[in-house]
Every structure is written in structure tokens, then in C-alpha cells.
Design a protein around this ligand. Sequence first.
Ligand code: NAD
Length: 367
Amino acid sequence: MLLKIITLPGDGIGPEVTGEAIRVLEATAESFGHQLTLTEKPIGGAALQLHNHPLPDDTLESCRSAGAVLLGAVGGPAFNDVPTHLRPEAGLLRLRHELGVFANLRPAVCYSALEDVSPLRPEVVRGVDLLIVRELLGGLYFGQPRSTTGPPGDRTAIDTMRYSEAEIERIARVAFDLARLRRRHVTSVDKANVLDCSRLWREVVIRVSREYPDVQLAHLYVDSAAMALVSRPPSMDVLLTENMFGDILSDQAGSIVGSIGMLPSASVGGRVALYEPVHGSAPDIARQGIANPLGAILSAAMMLRHSFNLPAEAACIEASVASVLDAGYRTKDIAQPGRSTISTAQMGEKVLEAVQNRARIGDRMAV
Ligand code: NAD
């Protein structure tokens, strides 16, 4: 199979972690007999510096005609003072919008080898396997009007939270469909005691749920959901929520399972899907070779499964990540104090070797 992939390393640790994901993809493609074409394009601050725009036309057009897109991360303190529409994050938001990827899937799994790294007690975090389904193209991040007006010292800023019934309905369907492939439980997260958007959200989700009588539906206010996520995370299956709530809760989920560096994501719903680790550009650790590449590597596995319908190849990467963790290899973010750590590149190498070994011993049949 020909896998045509655009890579967008971006800023900060983006190039470091996507570099390792690409090496693992190359090893997987070779082991399973697929042909890979990888084309790198600039995005975010890197694109701003090269082309004066965080999403150059050429990058967008290349993504539109790709089989899938693998992104690292964008942003950083160097770009804090550029105008809003030129910020690296604006480039990423526009890419998501242009690709029409309205559903952001963020699985959070607690690997048994990492139970002792979570800030929660092992018995609280054991068995966590949840999926955050985050609406990605609406809410406060896209709503109009938005502005900052008035003279310095007396300014007013406005952001708008906006959702239509159609937008809520389509993301709810994604969550219910995915729940059917899991433990058949959806928790819809809103703030219906305060926000009109959330009241509409809840009403529409209940309406959609009637088409899925085999899936259980529960509702939580976002503040309660934040609490439930730390007090009883294994009880969560699919968490369905709007854009900003999903952004916040998924960082929290990352911390619960050991590190945000472990979390992959897939943004789907358009013709071309976008895969990226949940974390940002982590400027505090950029260029030190210590970033955890597993979120990016697991994003590549999601890409193989969702965009190229290659479940065995995806499972091979996922099993390889688990085996490397079981063998005790740790980047700094997932290491107990005093324990030895390996670099970003060494972690990528360990996963790559595990993929090659699995493929060599015929694990293709087993996964
Ligand atoms: P962040 O996710 O970059 O970092 C938060 C913390 O987690 C930091 O301490 C960082 O060192 C750590 N961390 C993140 N990824 C890690 C990894 N792979 N391995 C080890 N540790 C890791 O979030 P932030 O600090 O709030 O944001 C930094 C920049 O990234 C900002 O400019 C922000 O706008 C941007 N950002 C981009 C995206 C994206 O590109 N999708 C997402 C979130 C934030």
C-alpha cells in the first residue's frame, strides 16, 4: 500500500518527537511491505519565520491532497507578541478548520508499567482506558464576534461561545459510534447550569442518544467531570465534550496517566485526517533531547488505523510501546525520581527495534 503523508514538525519539541514517529513509521512500513512517501512542510512559528505566515498556502494545499497529516506542535514564547491572526496557534486552528476535522479523538490509557508514575495512587489509576471526544471546530475558539477594543487601561475583550444543533449532533454521533466499539458508555460534559450553549448541547445529545439504545448516557457538569477524572478515572469510557472543555480535560487526563507526553490524538471528520500528540511545543524542554516521543509515535499508530485501515500495523506499534515501557525504558517525564532515563532518540530507537522484532517473529498474525 502507498502511504502518502505530509509531516508538519512545527515548533519547540515538535520536530524532535515527529522525527521519532517518522522513524517508527518507516520501520513499520518496511516491515509490513508498504511504500511510504513523506513530505515535510512548515507550520506555526517555523512557517512564520520562513514565509511570514503560520499556515502558508503551499502547506495547506499539500495537506489537502495527502493521505494523512502528522503534526508535531506549534507555538512558543518567541511568538507571544505577534498579532492574533499571525500567531502559530492561528495557523493550526485554520488548518483544522480548512480540513474540516471536527472530531478530535484523544485516548488516555494508563499502561500498567506507568501506574507508579501517576500523581494518583496506583489503585485509583489502574485500568484507566478512556477516550475524550472533543468538538474541534466550534465553541469559544472559533465563535464570532471576538475582539479587544478600547484604549490601554480601559480595554474590553470578547470571545464568543457558539454552537449549532448540527454541530452538536455530528460530534455526538461520533462519540456514540465509538462507544459501540468500546464499553458502550458516553459521559457528556457541559455546563448546562450556566451556559445556553451547554443547555442546547445537552438537549441535542439526549436526542441523538435515542438512536443508540444500547449505549448508556450520563451527564456531568465540567467542574464535576474534572473531579470525577481524578477520583474515579477508570469509570470513564467515552467523554463527549465541546472544544475548550475537551482541551482542558485532556491535559488533565495526560497527567493522570503519567505524562501529557504519552497522549496521542486524531482529528477526523474531513476528507484528510490530522494526527498529533496532545501536548504543545514544550519550550521549557525544547532542543534538550529529553521530550517523550510516545504521544507522537502513538499518533502515527492512530493514523495507520484510521486513515489507512491498517489495524495490524497500528497494533504492532502500540504493543511495541507497551513492551518498551514494560522493559523499564523511561524518558524523564515518566521516570520515578532517581531512576535512569533515556533520550527522545533512544526511546524512538527502542520502539523501532520492538516493531522490527515483532514483525520479524511473525507477530503480524498475532496482533
Ligand atoms: P505544553 O504541552 O507544551 O507543556 C506543558 C508541560 O508538559 C511542560 O512542562 C512540558 O515540558 C511538558 N511536556 C509537554 N510535552 C512533553 C513531552 N512530549 N515530553 C515531556 N514533557 C512534555 O503546554 P504549554 O507549556 O501550555 O504550551 C507551550 C506552547 O505550546 C504554547 O505556545 C502553546 O500555545 C502551545 N501549544 C500548542 C499545542 C499544539 O500545537 N497542538 C497544544 C498545546 C499548546
